[in-house]
Design a protein around this ligand. Structure first.
Ligand SMILES: [Fe+2]
Length: 375
């Protein structure tokens, strides 16, 4: 190979590598990232088959997450214990392993030992942690992997592992974020056993309204979050009022109404604020009514933000259909009739119509009400 051709092929390799990295860093979903990493690795190494293994820290297992040219369910083993096989060894030492004589190696983690003649296994490690490994099997053109392939694969694996690390961090943060929201709602339930489960049900109704209005997934998630937290301010209402089993006096009712402002204040404390702005507004404004008769700001019509209008309908419906110590809940049909009677004056007409459609679809039987499992 002349120096120019060598240089040209190096430039080609590098530009492929750069393209691969750009694509990887744009993805955030862990499964997308795993498959993306593997596809890029295959493209660069020109491997015939490939596997991506991920360490599941909590279970202490190494799991096959993505594959190329070999269906994962056809593997003799899709899960390895920590330290098992070549994959386990590479993950333990953090060093790539190139095997050119597979017949001499019996390894449970190799998919098709009899078919693969060379196997290149590289670790995926970032920030001092081993996250997994990639195995490349045989070259497309029939030649063997060499040390040049190993070098290239190691560089790409290092960069890929960073993308994977970021995605895992994002995943963990997201889970923490969702559980924090649930924890706040549970804290309210614990203070107010009379309305236990109210926040979760309102959130479910609101989310279904959002879905039917064709709000996008992100908006539906934010709506669910805002709805589950809508009454969080009740945490700040005294027990003698919050837990009162008979009707409230006028002054007690005035105090109860302050849960809207208290809720907005509590949620304003969460940083970064912009993630919670819609929840803050919903906590503050879910008792506003279309004709301006609500509280605390007496907003009218579309001055009331969309989420607060949706939660207003869901909240009123749940309040009407839930048994209280001092009153039995209305039937679903009666509550639906009440929403229809008050649409336009108290509630947003379109939102009521959408909610009634949802109720009709489950024949007014809340046990058949669609759930939010696909959230
Ligand atoms: Fe409320």
């Amino acid at each position: 190979m002349t120096t120019i051709t060598k240089l040209e092929s190096k430039v080609k390799e590098l530009s492929k590598l750069l393209g691969a990295l750009k694509e990887l860093n744009a993805a955030i979903d862990l499964q997308d990232i795993s498959q993306g990493i593997l596809d890029q690795m295959v493209m660069i190494s020109e491997a015939k088959g490939a596997l991506l293994w991920v360490l599941e820290k909590e279970k202490n297992l190494i799991v096959a997450k993505a594959s190329y040219g070999i269906p994962i369910d056809s593997l003799p083993k899709q899960t390895l214990s920590d330290g098992e096989g070549i994959v386990g060894k590479v993950m333990m030492t953090g060093k790539a392993e190139l095997i050119t004589d597979t017949e001499s190696v019996i390894d449970s983690s190799v998919a098709y030992p009899s078919l693969a003649t060379t196997i290149l296994t590289v670790p995926l490690q970032a920030k001092g942690q081993v996250l997994g490994a990639i195995q490349l099997m045989d070259k497309e053109n029939g030649s063997h992997f060499d040390t040049r392939d190993r070098e290239l694969a190691v560089i790409l694996a290092e960069q890929s592992a960073l993308a994977m690390y970021n995605s895992q961090m994002y995943d963990e943060l997201y889970k923490m974020f969702v559980s924090m929201i649930r924890m706040l709602a549970e804290a309210l339930d614990a203070r107010d056993p009379l309305t236990k489960g109210h926040s979760e049900r309102v959130a479910r109704y609101a989310w279904l309204i959002g879905k039917r209005m064709k709000l996008d997934d992100q908006m539906c998630f934010e709506l669910y979050q805002a709805a589950i937290l809508h009454d969080i301010g009740k945490i700040g209402i005294e027990d003698r009022i919050l837990r009162k089993s008979t009707g409230l006096t006028e002054s007690e009712y005035e105090l109860m109404k302050t849960h809207t402002e208290i809720g907005a204040r509590i949620l304003s404390a969460i940083q970064p604020n912009r993630f919670f702005q819609k929840s803050i507004d919903t906590a503050m404004l879910h008792h506003e009514r279309m004709d301006g008769s609500g509280y605390p700001k007496q907003l009218k019509g579309e001055e009331i933000p969309l989420f607060a209008r949706i939660v207003g309908v869901a909240d009123a419906f749940d309040a009407m259909t839930t048994d209280r110590t001092y009153s039995e809940g209305m039937s679903v049909r009666d509550a639906a009739a009440e929403l229809i009677r008050c649409k336009g004056s108290l509630f947003d007409t379109d939102i009521v119509d959408i909610f009634i459609e949802i109720l009709e679809n489950c024949s007014y039987d809340l046990r058949l009400f669609p759930n939010t499992d696909d959230m």
